[in-house]
Write a protein that binds this ligand. Structure first.
Ligand code: ARG
Length: 568
């Protein structure tokens, strides 16, 4: 157990020992101006809470010992405020961080499996900024859960199946060029789609043609299948460039196509057992009992849909991995869809044997808002699609320009600019609650002031440089003693890291970590702008504190999938 957790536990124990009748004890973090570390509101324990708090405080103080993490309790009105024993708390926190190093904040106990469905772009379509958000949030959640001891299975559920491939193949057969496709696969595919849809306005019979091609693909026609494979391969090569830049990895890239046969089977099984029914030629799962519109699982032309393949994917994942949770990192425009999907799973589980394992698996839609660029909404139709690679490249370019200005003699400029640029894009997404929209503003996100990635990286490189310059080993022999307000505040902040990591996992929200890192940087800046480290007479404990800060910043950045650069 981490020191901060132990402190809380000790406070709880003291309360329980002094007031057995209290039952569940919930300690709160008091507002900063109170100056206390935890507090217990006593309103629900007595008609006269102030008197109760006073008596409780007295009893608690009688039970404290010198080596306790709790220094004292004081009552203020109806509250009992707890104060940390700085001497013990600070020494133990810094020691713990240095000892655990890369593992600080995580948990060693092995836990269950979690499936994370993220990124999931569509083949032969541009990798959108929405997919960037899914990729960045998904990878961070993957890192966070793994850090806490879960075994994660990251699955890139590619959109590589569906009637739109009939359109693409039909159009390619008419106007496509293999050379063009190899040179610029996604743009060429896009042109073909657009042309086909335009033609269809004049010749509606083309729709039938597209359907025929898709049918051939579904039936496994050799030639069509080869062509489809080529689209998949070329698109993936494009996506890989982005994944490499972002340092993103998957355990599986199965895609919707992997499930198309099982999806068909599922439709007939669901019809057989009466869970699904025919409706105007289509097949649906009614969801009135959940107050939701029905989930369509087969079109009138007998092709399956996105939803059908998702149901098949859930079945596969449950059987193969027995996860305790599956997380879908997908934009909030699919909120209703996931409600329907999860309700359908629930219905199938209760009324058949098909998805029995779902009982022990929580399905979560981790949704997120839109992306804007300098305030303007991005939309495909208005031609304001922005290629993701361009965003990343632009950020890297700007980072390089800043380095050229600030530190032209730096070695490995290109590499560091890349880390800063990419990190800045990631951070400007992860710093706010994912449900909000994000705005990519290059000037702001690369600034060294405000809530930005360069500011955190800069503090990290500062800490690294102090440690490098000192060039000494930190002695762990004697207790570390800290007296100044700045030191104590910084250490208390560092001690919160494990709690923040857990909070991020519970809420599936990495921004708690991002915001926390900014707070650490503030406290660190306060500390070293006021206190000398090297040659200060307190060098050993201050170096230990710098080292602890470097560790926390580094661990936090890694959870966000940002590389903690050491010089810049
Ligand atoms: N390819 C889909 C899209 O771009 C996202 C897939 C999300 N994952 C899932 N299992 N439905 O909208």
């Amino acid at each position: 157990m981490y020191v901060a957790e132990e402190f809380r536990r000790e406070c709880e124990k003291l309360v329980k020992r002094c007031a057995k009748e209290c039952g569940e004890v919930t300690l709160e973090i008091p507002p900063e101006e109170i100056g206390a570390d935890l507090s217990l509101p006593c309103f629900k324990f007595s008609r006269n809470p102030a008197e109760f708090a006073a008596r409780l405080t007295e009893c608690i103080n009688r039970r404290l010992s010198a080596d306790s993490l709790v220094k004292t309790a004081k009552h203020a009105g109806a509250y009992v405020n707890f104060y940390v024993n700085h001497e013990v708390y600070c020494d133990r926190t810094v020691r713990e961080i240095i000892k655990l190093n890369e593992l600080y904040g995580g948990e060693r106990k092995r836990k269950g499996r979690i499936g994370i469905d993220f990124s999931s772009p569509n083949i032969a379509k541009p990798f959108s900024v929405g997919h960037l958000r899914s990729t960045v949030i998904g990878q961070s959640l993957y890192n966070i859960f793994s850090f806490l001891g879960y075994r994660c299975i990251g699955d890139n559920h590619l959109g590589d199946w569906g009637t739109q491939f009939g359109v693409l193949i039909a159009a390619y057969k008419k106007w496509g060029s293999e050379a063009e496709l190899k040179k610029r696969p996604i743009q060429h595919a896009l042109e073909l789609y657009v042309k086909f849809h335009k033609e269809m306005e004049r010749k509606p019979e083309l729709a039938e043609e597209a359907k025929r091609w898709f049918k051939k693909l579904e039936e496994g026609d050799r030639e069509v299948r080869e062509l489809w494979k080529l689209f998949v391969k070329l698109s993936l090569e494009e996506f890989e460039k982005i994944y490499a830049m972002l340092n993103v990895k998957f355990d599986l890239t199965l895609g919707e196509s992997f499930y198309h046969r099982e999806a068909k089977r599922l439709v007939s099984e669901l019809l057989n057992c009466g869970i699904a029914e025919k409706s105007e030629g289509a097949v649906i799962i009614p969801l009135e009992e959940y107050n939701l519109p029905p989930l369509v699982i087969q079109k009138s032309d007998e092709s399956t849909l996105y939803a059908t393949r998702d149901l098949a994917a859930i079945k596969f994942r449950l059987e193969r991995f027995k996860p305790e949770k599956i997380i879908y990192v997908v934009g909030s425009e699919q909120k209703l869809y996931f409600k329907q999907l999860f309700a359908a799973v629930e219905k199938i589980r209760r009324r058949s044997n098909l998805l029995k394992l779902a009982e022990r698996c929580e399905l979560v839609h981790v949704d997120f808002g839109l992306v804007t660029l300098g305030g303007a909404k991005l939309s495909t139709r208005k031609g304001r699609i922005v290629l993701l690679e361009d965003i990343l490249n632009k950020a890297v370019e700007k980072a390089l320009k800043i380095i050229e200005e600030k530190n032209p003699a730096l070695e490995n400029k290109e590499e560091i600019a890349r880390d800063i640029g990419v990190g800045s894009v990631i951070f400007s997404d992860l710093k706010q609650d994912r449900v909000h929209n994000v705005d990519f503003d290059f000037e702001r996100m690369l600034s060294f002031e405000g809530d930005t990635c360069p500011r955190i990286l800069y503090a990290h490189t500062r800490a690294c440089s102090i440690l490098r310059r000192a060039g000494k080993k930190i002695s762990m022999k004697r207790a570390f003693r800290y007296e100044s307000e700045e030191e104590i505040k910084l250490i208390k902040k560092l001690s919160e890291f494990p709690l923040v990591v857990k909070l991020s996992a519970e809420t599936c929200k990495p921004h708690h970590i991002a915001q926390y890192l900014l707070e650490v940087v503030d406290r660190f800046n306060d500390f070293y702008s006021r206190h000398r480290v090297i040659g200060s007479g307190r060098e050993n404990e201050r170096l230990a504190l710098v080292r602890a800060t470097k560790i926390v910043l580094g661990n936090g950045l890694k959870l966000l999938n940002i590389k903690p650069v050491e010089v810049m």
